[in-house]
Design a protein around this ligand. Structure first.
Ligand code: HEC
Length: 140
């Protein structure tokens, strides 16, 4: 009986922790988005950020990524866009100076975080994942 009660309680606590945890992740992802992406893709992801008016190519709406992918969020592709593996010209990947993409080394393991090499790797992966999760959360 007691064990059952305890199990029940543990379940409630762990599920609320899970919900709380993902809310925090979304918040962090939102911050990352506002810092590195909103200037072009817009605060709501619709492609109308203040810089978009000065570009010669259209800035895509990031709320329809799932729609364009048969209803499924293309998580891996998005992670590769953010970590720079898939070259998107407007993000600056082709620049040989090593100063690009436009968000610098915020999402690369050369990020100069003061947390040691493995720490930097973790920080950067966390940023990339929370940002990708945030994008998933704003899909139409
Ligand atoms: C300097 C403006 C600018 C910034 C900053 C920027 N983007 Fe983009 N992004 C673009 C443009 C323009 C395109 C499409 C044209 C191209 O292929 O170059 C694009 C394309 C994309 C695509 C592909 C969309 C599709 O429909 O295939 C994704 C995903 C994306 N950006 C995500 C991001 C994320 C995430 C960030 C922040 C980390 C970001 N972008 C920051 C301008 C920008």
């Amino acid at each position: 009986m007691l064990i059952r009660k305890l199990l029940g309680m543990a379940l409630v606590i762990s599920s609320s922790l899970l919900i709380g945890g993902s809310a925090i992740a979304e918040d962090v992802g939102h911050n990352e988005y506002m810092t590195a992406c909103a200037v072009c893709h817009g605060q709501d992801g619709l492609g109308n950020g203040p810089l978009s008016y000065y570009l010669t190519v259209e800035v895509p709406d990031l709320t329809t990524l799932s729609q364009q992918n048969g209803g499924e969020f293309p998580m891996l592709e998005i992670i590769q866009v953010i970590d720079g593996r898939s070259g998107i010209r407007s993000h600056g990947e082709a620049d040989p100076s090593g100063l690009m993409p436009v968000w610098g080394d915020r999402f690369s393991d050369t990020a100069k975080e003061d947390v040691g090499f493995y720490g930097a790797e973790l920080v950067v992966r966390g940023r990339i994942l929370t940002l990708a999760e945030y994008l998933q959360s704003i899909q139409k």
